[in-house]
Write a protein that binds this ligand. Structure first.
Ligand SMILES: NC(=O)c1ccc[n+]([C@@H]2O[C@H](COP(=O)([O-])OP(=O)(O)OC[C@H]3O[C@@H](n4cnc5c(N)ncnc54)[C@H](O)[C@@H]3O)[C@@H](O)[C@H]2O)c1
Ligand SMILES: O=C(O)[C@H](O)COP(=O)(O)O
Length: 596
């Protein structure tokens, strides 16, 4: 049954070993062939597709052969290049994954057109500004990228543009091919001793700095998020944005395109630069206001620019910027070396195949990343969290809207040592999936809860003792609702369930004020009765007669011969008549069947 399959998770960006988590894959299909209710029960926290049928991967831009071979071993691969937006939207409903470079816009329409089938978008490169991340998250679609394989290629291209620009290589080449010999016109500038400002001291920026140092340049860098010690280790000084652009002879751009960096080089900032500054851009065209750059070139503030990327790609043929004689351009070639493209193809193919298999995604862009060792430890608690969510919501009476949920984690660990994002996502999944048609995973859990107006707060209860286990108990409480099983309401008025992990197996240990102990491996019947001899036998025999296997029974009572709650774990779904017979036992005051 579904409960035997566990959940698949997401990890940190650092390379990780997945073997210990391979058992986390869901075996049940989530493909279109299954009835909806079964699909919901089988849906993992993270991904993805049927392990029975081959998934389909649409490769929408050219990808290196080694990557294609990896994909073909696992999936049906449809290589369709140069699709129009309409064609992409039509095809996508038949695809489980999509792989693109920077030339394909993966817009909201693409996610909407996929009808929920698209589960992974792989960006074969770094920049994900062509993917609508918000829409991906809302649709529970994981976005992965290949952030490392083209770093050196981009840095080398930056240096190529820097040196070619300084010595007018492109212009002189065009001139000589036009039959001219203009030695005086193409006198260049030297690099040694000049100041280069690296804007964005990430992977590419760092490699550019390293190489430019070898050319004898003085390097400064601006990056609000880069650690100063990494810069110092390379002999690079981190400075403010203004200081960087005011003092540099050369400015090389290496930041992502974000709302904060969009058109960051504009009229106002060009006016602050040294007259005769030279600009290199191998990041994204949109970080420069291109019209302002033309004005700065015309005014002589910017002596030269070397650009690999443009706001619109390809740029209009008659663009003044492209045609400007002091501008050197290449058609977004930064990542285009044989080596980088093979590397990127392998990196993205591995990420996409892994994600489709339900393994950890080390390069997830739109999901919280939880380190692999934390995941291994949290695995049984992840299942517990989902089951408690499922139980709690089924205890709510129809018509009561679930709006306010509190999840309490009791642990001897220091709060910083326990990452609860994954557990919160799983409680959310458990709460929402039984009452909706939404597929909830780690990618879209917070969004889905917010969209449905469910506020999930978290509380840490710090326990004394040794913090060997990550958690002692997880408690889920739903406030301001009525319950189908009155005994599930705690003294403080919330539907309350609590559980713990025993020998690696999740157990329900509390319902309302009643302590019980039942393994959360099958389904559960909760009965409130007057505590008296023979009750376990009576209920057990009814279930036996109805061919329902009882896996666990536990009774929690207020006091002997007073009210008690019996929790019965059952392997099968009892028939209506079995449940009716239990309800008719005179001592039974209320009962509920809970589907896990
Ligand atoms: N031309 C190409 O073919 C090509 C190839 C590879 C990468 N790129 C582009 O280069 C850029 C850098 O890639 P990367 O792999 O080094 O990414 P990265 O994430 O490793 O580095 C980006 C750095 O920019 C910094 N940053 C963010 N906001 C900033 C701001 N407002 N000011 C200054 N710095 C800021 C970040 O802190 C980070 O350190 C990206 O835009 C990427 O798309 C282009
Ligand atoms: O962000 C990147 O990785 C580069 O811009 C490369 O883009 P490309 O894959 O379209 O060459």
């Amino acid at each position: 049954m579904a409960a035997s399959a566990s959940s698949s998770l997401i990890s940190s960006r650092s390379p990780i070993k997945l073997t210990s988590l391979s058992s986390l894959r869901w075996k049940l299909p989530v493909s279109v062939s299954l009835p909806r209710h079964q699909r919901r029960r089988a849906s993992p926290v993270f991904v993805v597709v049927s392990m029975d049928a081959k998934p389909t991967v649409l490769v929408a831009e050219k990808l290196g052969e080694a990557g294609l071979a990896l994909l073909k071993d696992f999936a049906n691969v449809d290589c369709s290049y140069n699709l129009s937006p309409e064609e992409l939207c039509t095809k996508i409903s038949l695809c489980d994954a999509l792989i693109v470079r920077s030339g394909t816009k993966v817009s909201r329409e693409v996610f909407e057109s996929s009808g929920g089938r698209l589960k992974v978008v792989g960006r074969a490169g770094v920049g994900i500004d062509n993917v609508d991340l918000g829409a991906a998250t809302e649709h529970g679609c994981l976005v992965v990228n290949a952030p490392t394989a083209n770093t050196v290629a981009a840095a080398e291209h930056g240096i190529a543009l820097l040196t070619a620009m300084a010595r007018n290589v492109a212009q002189a080449d065009a001139s000589i091919k036009a039959g001219k010999w203009q030695r005086n016109k193409y006198v260049g500038v030297s690099l040694v001793g000049k100041t280069l400002a690296v804007m964005g001291f990430g992977k590419v920026g760092t490699e550019v700095a390293r190489r430019a140092k070898g050319l004898g340049m003085h390097i400064i860098a601006h990056d609000p998020y880069a650690p100063a010690d990494r810069a110092h280790a390379l002999g690079v000084e981190l400075v403010s944005f203004d200081e960087a652009i005011k003092t540099a002879d050369f400015i090389s751009l290496h930041m992502p395109l974000t709302p904060a960096t969009s058109k960051i080089l504009n009229d106002e900032n060009f006016a602050k630069m040294k007259k005769g500054v030279r600009i290199i851009n191998v990041a994204r065209g949109g970080v420069i206001d291109e019209e302002a750059l033309v004005r700065a070139l015309d005014a002589g503030i910017v002596a030269q620019a070397a650009l690999d990327v443009f706001t619109v790609e390809p740029p209009p043929k008659d663009s003044r910027l492209i045609q400007h004689e002091n501008v050197t351009v290449t058609p977004h070639l930064g990542a285009s070396t044989m080596e980088a493209q093979e590397g990127v193809a392998i990196e993205i193919a591995e990420a996409v195949v892994g994600a489709l298999r339900g393994e950890l995604a080390a390069t997830a862009v739109n999901a919280p990343m939880v380190p692999a060792e934390v995941l291994t430890e949290l695995k049984p608690y992840v299942t517990l969290a989902e089951k408690l969510g499922r139980l709690a919501v089924q205890l709510v009476a129809g018509g009561s809207g679930v709006k306010s949920v509190k999840v309490s984690y009791a642990s001897a660990r220091a709060p910083d040592d326990l990452d609860t994002r994954l557990l919160r996502a799983m409680v959310t999944k458990g709460l929402i999936e039984p009452i909706s048609s939404v597929f909830v995973n780690l990618v879209n859990a917070d969004f889905t809860a917010k969209q449905r107006g469910v506020r999930i707060s978290e509380e840490r209860v710090i326990l004394d003792g040794s913090p060997e286990k990550p958690l002692e108990t997880i408690q889920v409480q739903i406030a301001n609702v009525e319950s189908r099983f009155a005994s599930a309401i705690s003294e403080s008025g919330e539907v309350t369930v609590e559980g713990k992990v025993k020998d690696g197996v999740p157990h329900l240990t509390k319902v309302g004020a009643f302590e019980v102990d039942v393994s959360l491996e099958g389904n559960i019947i909760l009965c409130r009765q007057v505590d008296q001899p023979g009750m376990i036998g009576t209920v057990g025999s009814i279930l036996g007669e109805e061919n329902v296997n009882v896996s666990f029974m536990s009774v929690g009572r207020i006091a002997p011969r007073k009210q008690a709650v019996m929790a019965i774990g059952v392997d099968e779904h009892p028939s209506k008549s079995a449940l009716k017979r239990i309800g008719e036992i005179p001592a039974v005051e209320e009962f509920v069947f809970l589907d896990l």
